[in-house]
Design a protein around this ligand. Sequence first.
Ligand code: 5GP
Length: 192
Amino acid sequence: MILDKSEKSDTGKLIVITGPSGVGKGMLLRKLLERYPDRIFFSISATTRSPRDGEQNGREYFFWSRLEFEQKRDDGEFLEWAEYAGNLYGTPLSAINQAISLGRIVILEIELEGARQVAISFPSAKRIFISPPSMEVLERRLRDRSTDSDEQILKRLHHAKLEIAAAAEFDVAIVNDDLAIALEQLEKAILN
Ligand code: 5GP
């Protein structure tokens, strides 16, 4: 493993973004990536969940079987991993090591348990939490995107409450109410 916990200034840095499913992390990160395609490296996670309509293997996620995921996890190929709403999610180490050594800002968009693991293994990583303006708005966003079953939405809302309760553990907290304001705050937190 190349990742260097001291994160010297001539190497890249690690940023963790956490927030409930449906809060708009994906949209914010896509916009940031458009602005800084050469500076920012967005880590592609692996998951055992099925692709949603429009998702492609190797673009949104690496969609692996549980067996494949567990084998790689047992071989130590993940920086962190967690189970979320019945599926496994994890950050493959290899691409991250390369991006860090090239001096890029590496962004992990991961749930709370994974963020806690990174806080222990890489205390110098900056951790940013994105909250919805309210639970009602979050539920509406989850229902409007029509990608998940009712059961999945309920699981995601349950996780959302646990995650929001842990927001104070993070270095920076951003409320995604107005997209332009949230984007400006996120950009500042990531680049500084
Ligand atoms: P979704 O199924 O909506 O794409 O993602 C569900 C949750 O899994 C989100 O909170 C997302 O941030 C989280 N997630 C995505 N990739 C990873 C990962 O590599 N590790 C962990 N711990 N969580 C992840």
